[in-house]
Design a protein around this ligand. Structure first.
Ligand code: HEC
Ligand code: HEC
Ligand code: HEC
Ligand code: HEC
Ligand code: HEC
Length: 245
């Protein structure tokens, strides 16, 4: 009934089914534990550090502090030294010359050498795998997953970050892609590509035979970038082993 080589597949299938039988209930049990954080979670931090001020008003790029996002899975939270590049002289004292209360914990960390104990906000369960560089270098912007951080006084979790949410994009990433050098641009929209990346805009206009006054849509931009960046197909993007390894 089956060709001979099929015999060799059987042991593999059995092991596979067995593995899955053990693995999936384990996942379900872990999934029910209340470890994963949820939308709106905004714990109090040891220093009243504001992204709205530093990333918004002062216009600092995310990568000045989160230095590893482009090359590592983990997006490092900055060391005290990074803050002290400015705060060794900015707002050291308040108007009457006393040490600035809001910065007291920062100076203490600086003097003792003990890192500031920032409370982690986004936290996936350990059985799921996530990697920042894999997303950022393929044109998924910080805002798509974290919301308008540049407007947050206190960071909160803006998206559910559950499996359905991950899959919504993994099934149709073209709905969200932007040029990779625009990932930290908080207000980026597809129609801005004429200004930010004129060469990409020109390619899209040529392919779609668009005139200069027609706006570039997310559909056109996303499908172009999906091909340009060689984004893998839906088999890889939705396979269990991509995120559970
Ligand atoms: C001056 C340094 C600095 C800059 C610039 C900065 N951040 Fe942060 N970021 C921090 C610090 C410190 C924390 C930890 C305290 C907190 O959550 O507010 C943090 C926390 C975060 C968190 C939450 C991490 C967690 O625990 O889950 C996200 C997400 C984040 N930043 C994104 C961004 C984005 C996006 C930008 C650019 C728009 C940015 N940051 C710019 C210093 C910075
Ligand atoms: C590029 C320079 C720069 C860096 C780096 C920087 N800050 Fe600031 N920060 C400022 C400036 C400028 C202000 C004051 C703005 C104003 O009120 O005039 C400020 C204000 C603050 C305040 C408010 C102080 C108050 O009295 O209102 C806190 C708290 C603070 N920063 C914490 C941090 C922390 C923590 C880090 C590191 C994660 C950091 N800053 C990194 C420039 C910087
Ligand atoms: C595809 C979605 C996605 C994108 C894009 C993304 N993040 Fe995240 N970020 C996450 C998830 C998910 C976590 C929680 C990771 C975990 O718990 O393992 C996280 C956690 C963080 C943290 C906490 C430290 C860590 O790695 O757990 C910081 C800081 C952060 N992100 C900053 C950024 C910045 C800055 C950008 C843009 C340059 C960015 N993120 C882009 C999904 C994303
Ligand atoms: C807005 C779109 C988007 C969201 C949301 C998103 N991803 Fe992705 N993900 C991508 C893209 C694009 C790639 C790159 C695929 C490629 O390189 O071909 C990717 C790749 C990956 C990879 C493969 C990385 C590697 O090193 O091979 C993993 C794992 C992954 N994502 C996990 C997650 C998890 C877990 C979540 C939810 C917490 C998530 N993603 C949310 C778009 C997204
Ligand atoms: C794009 C990434 C991604 C893919 C692909 C993926 N998962 Fe998940 N999965 C996650 C994340 C992230 C969580 C954690 C959800 C949370 O924290 O609420 C999760 C949680 C789970 C859970 C725990 C219960 C739950 O729903 O929260 C089970 C069971 C699970 N996954 C099974 C699977 C199976 C089976 C497949 C293949 C059909 C699969 N996953 C494919 C990212 C993924």
């Amino acid at each position: 009934m089956f060709p001979r080589w099929a015999n060799y597949l059987l042991p593999l299938l059995v092991v596979g089914a067995f593995g899955a039988a053990l693995y999936l209930p384990a996942l379900v049990t872990l999934g029910l534990s209340p470890k994963a954080t949820d939308v709106g979670y905004a714990p109090e931090q040891p220093i009243p550090y504001s992204h709205a001020l530093h990333a918004g008003q002062l216009g600092m790029d995310c990568r000045y502090c989160h230095t590893t996002v482009e090359r590592a899975g983990f997006a490092a939270v900055p060391a005290t030294q990074t803050c002290m590049n400015c705060h060794s002289y900015v707002k050291k004292n308040d108007a009457s010359g006393n040490p600035n209360n809001k910065l007291a914990a920062l100076y203490e960390s600086w003097q003792t050498g003990k890192p500031v104990e920032w409370v982690k906000i986004h936290d996936l369960p350990d059985y799921s795998y996530f990697n920042h560089s894999a997303h950022v270098n393929k044109g998924v912007g910080c805002t798509t997953c974290h919301g308008r951080i540049d407007r947050m006084e206190v960071v909160y979790q803006a998206e559910p970050m559950n499996m359905a949410w991950c899959l919504e994009c993994h099934r149709e990433p073209e709905k969200f892609l932007r040029p990779a050098d625009q990932v930290t641009n908080m207000g980026f929209q597809a129609e801005d590509v004429d200004l930010t990346n004129p060469e990409i805009a020109a390619e899209i206009r040529r392919i779609h035979e668009m005139t200069a006054d027609q706006k570039i849509t997310q559909d056109a931009l996303g499908s172009h970038l999906r091909e340009k960046y060689g984004i893998k197909g839906s088999e890889f993007m939705t396979s269990c082993s991509t995120c559970h390894r």
